[in-house]
Design a protein around this ligand. Structure first.
Ligand SMILES: Cc1ncc(C[n+]2csc(CCOP(=O)(O)OP(=O)(O)O)c2C)c(N)n1
Ligand code: SF4
Ligand SMILES: [Mg+2]
Length: 351
């Protein structure tokens, strides 16, 4: 309950990161979601990723739309900047904030209803523009907050809690993100922190539009036989393309991985995502391969998880449109308003 404050006391021997922060410093208010909701596991994964990356929490901006998923930023990174926007409008608010201040880390949290229905256009344009962000969809296949209507990601033929069968074709947001040019595309499962935490870490350090679709069962409205987003269904149909381990540049974790079974993906800042292939010789640098693989496994009834595509040399919207490197709030009045003569010069150049 949000009105129950978390105790401020913490054990003096709690592990700290390089900034001296404990895990507790990355948490938020007590969650009001249903016990067992997959969204809470995703919040925990975000907390862990930010703690492990030694990020100053106040340098992160978390933005969301409307839905149970969009409520979750309240439950992590309590000292970060936060903006709970209107239903489906998180991407444009995030884009605006990002353009005004490129120095923050932008994390957009949304739901399948929020991003695949009312906010579908917003999702598409923020991805295709290459906004430097981590865009997480907490995908439960229903509108959880409004009592479990099918969302646009519900699979055709899946059953609602009341036994109604969905007759609409689903939208696969991973496929969409690949098509729209996202430079980092991944899918995971809320109940698989081993896979999810390194994916979030890598997405944070990726410069460009990083999209992660996280299957997140709704225990209240979509966790029954006939649902294709239930815990049981996902566990039974999960086809992981790779095991992902994020290795910060100065860390010394290398010996644990058997030779010949790993592949390093160097990100823009020389940090590394380590992939362990399970069954396939999967190349996450090939967008076309990723799309084909998704279709192929989907036809076989499997959910592909892991890092599906990454462009280590991606550019972002700032680079494309040549914005100033200084956040707008740090520009002087003279820089923001260069005066009538400068305006005359611009007008003359346009005649
Ligand atoms: C403009 C507008 N239309 C409809 C709603 C009602 N509404 C609130 S949340 C929601 C769907 C949320 O679904 P999703 O994004 O999947 O989040 P979940 O609750 O499943 O995590 C809807 C339709 C609204 N708040 N605003
Ligand atoms: S209704 Fe579903 S999505 Fe919403 S908090 Fe409960 S379990 Fe989570
Ligand atoms: Mg939903």
């Amino acid at each position: 309950m949000t009105y129950i404050a978390k105790p401020r006391y913490r054990h003096p021997k709690l592990k700290t990161n390089r900034l001296g922060f404990t895990h507790r410093d990355y948490e938020g208010s007590v969650s009001t979601l249903c016990a067992g909701c997959g969204h809470d596991s995703i919040s925990a994964a975000i907390v862990q990723a930010c703690f492990q990356l030694d990020l100053p929490p106040h340098r992160i901006a978390k933005l969301s739309g409307i839905g149970c998923s969009s409520k979750t930023p309240t439950y992590f990174l309590g000292t970060a900047h936060g903006f709970n926007s209107v239903h489906g409008r998180m991407p444009s608010v995030l884009t605006g904030a990002n353009l005004a201040n490129r120095d923050l880390i932008y994390m957009g949290v949304s739901g399948d209803g929020d991003s695949a229905s009312i906010g579908f256009g917003q999702f598409a344009h923020s991805i295709r523009r290459g906004v430097n962000m981590v865009y997480i969809v907490e995908n439960n296949g229903v509108y959880g907050l409004t009592k479990g209507q099918f969302s646009a990601t519900s699979d055709k033929g899946s059953k609602s809690k009341r036994g109604i069968v969905n007759t609409d074709e689903p939208i696969d947001l991973v496929n969409m993100a690949l098509n729209l040019g996202a430079s980092f595309v991944a899918r995971s499962f809320s109940g698989d922190k081993t896979q999810l935490v390194p994916l979030i870490e890598a997405a944070i350090l990726h410069k460009g539009a990083a999209f992660i679709d996280v299957i997140s069962p709704c225990v209240a409205f979509n966790n029954h036989p006939g649902s294709t987003k239930s815990y049981d269904f996902v566990r039974a149909h999960n086809a992981a393309v790779n095991r992902v381990e994020f290795v910060p540049e100065e860390a010394e974790i290398t010996a644990e991985y058997a030779p010949g079974t790993t592949e390093d993906v160097t990100l823009h800042d020389d940090t590394t995502v380590r992939l362990r292939k399970v069954a396939h010789d999967y190349d996450p640098h090939d967008r076309t391969l990723g799309m084909n693989y998704l279709h192929e496994r989907q036809a076989a009834g499997e959910i592909v998880t892991g890092l599906l595509y990454v462009d280590p040399d991606a550019r972002d919207l700032h680079a494309y449109i040549g914005t100033t490197a200084t956040p707008l709030n740090a520009l002087t009045e003279a820089e923001l308003c260069p005066g009538a003569r400068a305006l005359d010069r611009i007008n003359a150049a346009l005649r």
